[in-house]
Ligand binder design. Structure first.
Ligand code: AMP
Ligand code: ZN
Length: 117
């Protein structure tokens, strides 16, 4: 957990473009955007998989999702966005701290995510 890049971002040990922060999560710009607008909503508690969550984690993640919806307009996602949570190897999860991708700012095609270039 100590070498987790998102834990370091949450603690301010690695710089990031933070757009929002509360007790439960931070929202940052993805360093390698796959759409015109690409944010990461990162719960502050470190865990990798949905299957590892406690009941309280599930409540907290629900609240993070609710907040992401409320922030959409501020983030320039008022026309809609795609919410993605990659889980494990087949989904190409590269950072093992659960996070939600918010993609938008353009009309998204089915294949946009991970295939932009
Ligand atoms: P995933 O493949 O779902 O695990 O997504 C990890 C995401 O984190 C990728 O889209 C990366 O571009 C992004 N990422 C990795 N390191 C950083 C960082 N230091 N700041 C912002 N985004 C990052
Ligand atoms: Zn972490």
């Amino acid at each position: 957990m100590n070498d987790c890049v998102f834990c370091k971002i949450i603690k301010g040990e690695i710089p990031s473009e933070k757009l929002y922060e509360d007790d439960l999560m931070v929202v940052i710009k993805d360093i390698c955007p796959k759409a015109e607008k690409h944010y990461l909503a990162i719960p502050k508690k470190h865990f990798k998989l949905l299957s590892e969550m406690t009941a309280q984690d599930a409540v907290d993640l629900g609240n993070c999702m609710k907040k992401a919806g409320e922030l959409a307009e501020t983030l320039g996602l008022q026309n809609g966005f795609r919410l993605i949570i990659n889980q494990g190897e087949d989904a190409d999860q590269t950072v093992f701290h659960l996070h939600m991708h918010l993609l938008g700012g353009q009309k998204l095609q089915e294949t946009d995510y991970k295939n932009k270039d």
